[in-house]
Ligand binder design. Sequence first.
Ligand SMILES: NC(=O)c1ccc[n+]([C@@H]2O[C@H](COP(=O)([O-])OP(=O)(O)OC[C@H]3O[C@@H](n4cnc5c(N)ncnc54)[C@H](OP(=O)(O)O)[C@@H]3O)[C@@H](O)[C@H]2O)c1
Length: 255
Amino acid sequence: MPESPDSSSDIIAVTGASRGLGAAIALELAGRGLTVGCLSRQGIGPAETVAVPDELAARMVMAKCDIKDGDSIRASLAALSDQGYRLRHFIANAGTHIAGPSHKFADADIATLLDTNVAGTFSCLREAYQYLGEGSVIVTIGSFYDRIGAPQNAIYAASKAAIGAIARTLAVEWARDGIRVINIAPGYIETDLNKEFLESDRVREFFKRRVALQRWAQPDEIARLIAALLQDDHPLLSGETIYLDGGHAITHGRI
Ligand SMILES: NC(=O)c1ccc[n+]([C@@H]2O[C@H](COP(=O)([O-])OP(=O)(O)OC[C@H]3O[C@@H](n4cnc5c(N)ncnc54)[C@H](OP(=O)(O)O)[C@@H]3O)[C@@H](O)[C@H]2O)c1
């Protein structure tokens, strides 16, 4: 049987739903008739950053959540529960990116990346666990940087490799509860996180030469796979990292 929410009180929580990929995931899920808990530090959802039709906005419930703060995560999940929603699936999308030369990468930047991407993601899943159950799917957002050597990205790449490890471990540990965990590792997606970087001619030229599909992703292309994974029936899919990078990481280059 498909594992999509079947009751009007079921809700899918998405962290970092205020913009970028998280907003696209929230929109895609709402567009499929599902109710979405939009967790963000400001307690805002996609409607605050992009045009959202009223009928989709009506399926989004906002909650303030800073994933670096355990109390904040607990309060946001309790707020959804207090409003009568049953947490069905959890999308751990929120994350941050800092790049720079490794030989002078600042302690504060190391801490921000690890506290947000690794500890923050893990804390969200730890707190979500008590609300999830048989048939629940957790989706984490990693990155294809976990399997390439992207200069000036040692700690970001390490944080995303750690997310893959967390997904694998929890997939095994929580299998007995009927919870599956899938790590989605996108290539470049056009969002605030890298818009400036992607706009340069040098980068466009690089994509033409070096990436099988010759382009980067739009957020809705990643969101569609995530929504399909929640709605389709894939009972054996757990603990895996799925790369969604247009063949970027495996392309030798166009000669
Ligand atoms: N863009 C890419 O090319 C790319 C590629 C691979 C993987 N990813 C991953 O995809 C995910 C989304 O990235 P994006 O490109 O959509 O980035 P983005 O446009 O910068 O959005 C980041 C989101 O994360 C939220 N966030 C950051 N720190 C948070 C915290 N402490 N607590 C709660 N929310 C927090 C932000 O919410 P606020 O409104 O509170 O700031 C925002 O909604 C990240 O995990 C990123 O590493 C991105």
